[in-house]
Design a protein around this ligand. Structure first.
Ligand SMILES: Nc1ncnc2c1ncn2[C@@H]1O[C@H](COP(=O)(O)OP(=O)(O)OP(=O)(O)O)[C@@H](O)[C@H]1O
Ligand SMILES: [Mg+2]
Length: 282
């Protein structure tokens, strides 16, 4: 098992003493694509920061690759190599003079030699879709928002983590940027067999990409199931202030009006084919 949380609770120690996580038990295996959703303040970001030891919980146990990281602080550096975390608006953490230097920062810290570093930078720039010769010497601060986000993600991928955790990676991107990001995540998951953990409030993204969806509410995991099951619970999701993917919502409305359609579809292309089929057979 890759990540295991046992009776984990977390209270932020400040004047409010918010109980951000309440008695979480969770197992994540290698090769899963986990989508995490939940209303603002439900504890999503707090949860994923436990996965690489950025937050040590107030109580309970966190195990990464079988190692208890809640009491062996010395292992945290190693843990962070295995679990790469891309924060929300990661471009705010770009700081080097060139794209090359920014992406090379992590591999340098790992003590790799110059050739290895260059090979990695080259490889991850290609992965995220940034032309090496065109972008290596550019300043990260003169790039578009979407390009900056790619540099930030490349910097985490350059550490070759087993698990990639992304907190709202599509926030603020235009449709084209979101499409490229979704394609990248799909590639990492399917072709490179990476374990992916994705926080997003875009239900269509979660439904299309995830093999398993975790729904959080007030610091607890309230649903943990495959996307078809999760997005069939329309009433329950609405109570948690969550929506269905837009296209799935349309299928539900058509179904209510008597058009016989499969309501467990999440992509526009599948859904439109389904609607055409249903209309033809009427
Ligand atoms: N650094 C912090 N210090 C104090 N309280 C915090 C801190 N970070 C989060 N909280 C509180 O902990 C709770 C959970 O917050 P968290 O950021 O994990 O939620 P979230 O699901 O990621 O929300 P969002 O969708 O807005 O990103 C909230 O009540 C929040 O106000
Ligand atoms: Mg958050």
């Amino acid at each position: 098992m890759l990540i295991e949380l046992i009776n984990v609770s977390h209270v932020y120690q400040d004047e409010n003493n918010v109980k951000a996580l309440k008695n979480i038990n969770l197992e994540i295996n290698k090769g899963e694509f986990i989508g995490i959703v939940g209303h603002t303040g439900s504890g999503k970001s707090t949860l994923v920061q436990l996965f690489n030891g950025l937050i040590i919980p107030s109580s309970g146990t966190v195990k990464i690759n079988g190692k208890n990281i809640t009491n062996e602080k010395s292992n945290l550096k190693e843990t962070r190599r295995h679990v790469g975390l891309v924060f929300q608006y990661p471009e705010h953490q770009l700081f080097e003079e060139t794209v090359y230097q920014d992406i090379a920062f992590g591999p340098k810290n790992l003590g790799l030699n110059k050739d290895e570093i260059q090979a990695r930078v080259n490889e991850v720039m290609e992965l995220v879709g940034l032309d090496y010769d065109e972008f290596k010497a550019r300043s990260p601060f003169n790039l578009s928002g979407g390009q900056q986000r790619k540099v930030a993600i490349a910097g985490v991928l350059a550490l070759k983590p087993d698990v990639l955790v992304l907190d709202e990676p599509s926030a603020g991107l235009d449709p084209q940027g979101r499409k490229q990001l979704a394609e990248l995540l799909q590639y990492l998951y399917q072709e490179l067999e990476m374990t992916i953990i994705l926080i997003s409030h875009r239900m269509e993204e979660i439904a299309e990409l995830s093999s398993r969806v975790i729904v959080m509410h007030q610091g607890e995991i309230v649903i943990d199931d495959n996307p078809v099951e999760v997005f069939s619970k329309e009433q329950k999701l609405h109570k948690l202030s969550l929506d269905l993917p837009q296209i799935t919502e349309i299928l539900h409305r058509l179904d209510e009006r008597g058009l016989k359609v499969n309501t467990s579809l999440f992509s526009v292309s599948e859904a439109s084919a389904e609607i055409i089929k249903a209309l033809r057979s009427k």
